[in-house]
Write a new protein. Structure first.
Lengths: 128, 108
């Protein structure tokens, strides 16, 4: 059974880089079925999509965070990683990794469909 | 950016039917997905593409989508159904998925 588990520091200082890892178990990150994504949740802004990556390394980022985000994949470790640079208190959130199918609409345009599986989430606080 | 509007709360007695709405401009033209999130847990997909259920989700969970409103219907509500429910669509104009603000379901 496919499972996702986030890990990383729970406290990051302002202006520094937030780094998290998501380990995929019960299946391979090389699956052609899935993209592997990151989503965060805050009490004020709710759920916010950050970006996704395919096992090949092809990545997609939400426009509002694109300048500060990098997502990478380590196929040998069955892991994906998130880096968010120059963080502020506004980046304090629970960070989830999630899997969604490689999906194309009726016009053949790639899109993010439903997030079929989620990790348990990692709370990250940005504070000095 | 595309905005999804959900009610701030829904309350229902056990055994009754709960309806949670998700409003958006011409949302009927988009595929809507619904997630259930219990306290301290990750969201779980309960309905995708308007009305399909993932494997393992009870038939009591169903969805519909037309015009400017999508609806998640939970029949024969159980105490264990208490959770926050979120809707989600793909915003093709801005090029990213969008979530509704969430609706807490209270089972009285």
């Amino acid at each position: 059974q496919l499972q996702l588990q986030e890990s990383g520091p729970g406290l990051v200082k302002p202006s520094e880089t937030l780094s998290l890892t998501c380990t995929v178990s019960g299946g391979s990150i090389r699956s052609s079925r899935y993209y592997w994504g990151w989503i965060r949740q805050t009490p004020g802004k709710g759920l916010e999509y950050i970006g996704s990556i395919y096992y090949s390394g092809s990545a997609f980022y939400t426009p509002s965070l694109k300048s500060r985000v990098s997502i990478s994949v380590d196929r040998s470790q069955n892991q994906l990683s998130l880096e968010l640079r120059s963080v502020t208190a506004a980046d304090t959130a629970v960070y989830f990794c999630a899997a969604h199918p490689d999906y194309y609409d009726s016009r053949g345009v790639w899109m993010v469909n439903a997030f079929e599986l989620w990790g348990q989430g990692k709370m990250v606080t940005v504070s000095s | 950016s595309y905005v999804l509007t959900q009610p701030p709360s829904v309350s229902v007695a056990p055994g009754q039917t709960a309806k949670i709405t998700c409003g958006g401009a011409n949302i009927g033209s988009k595929g809507v997905h619904w997630y259930q999130q219990k306290p301290g847990q990750a969201p779980v997909l309960v309905v995708f593409d308007d009305s399909d259920r993932p494997s393992g989700i009870p038939e009591r969970f169903s969805g519909s989508n037309s015009g400017d409103t999508a609806t998640l219907t939970i029949s024969r509500v159980e105490v264990g159904d208490e959770a926050d429910f979120f809707c989600q669509v793909w915003d093709s104009d801005s090029g990213h998925p969008v979530f509704g603000g969430g609706t807490p379901l209270t089972v009285l």
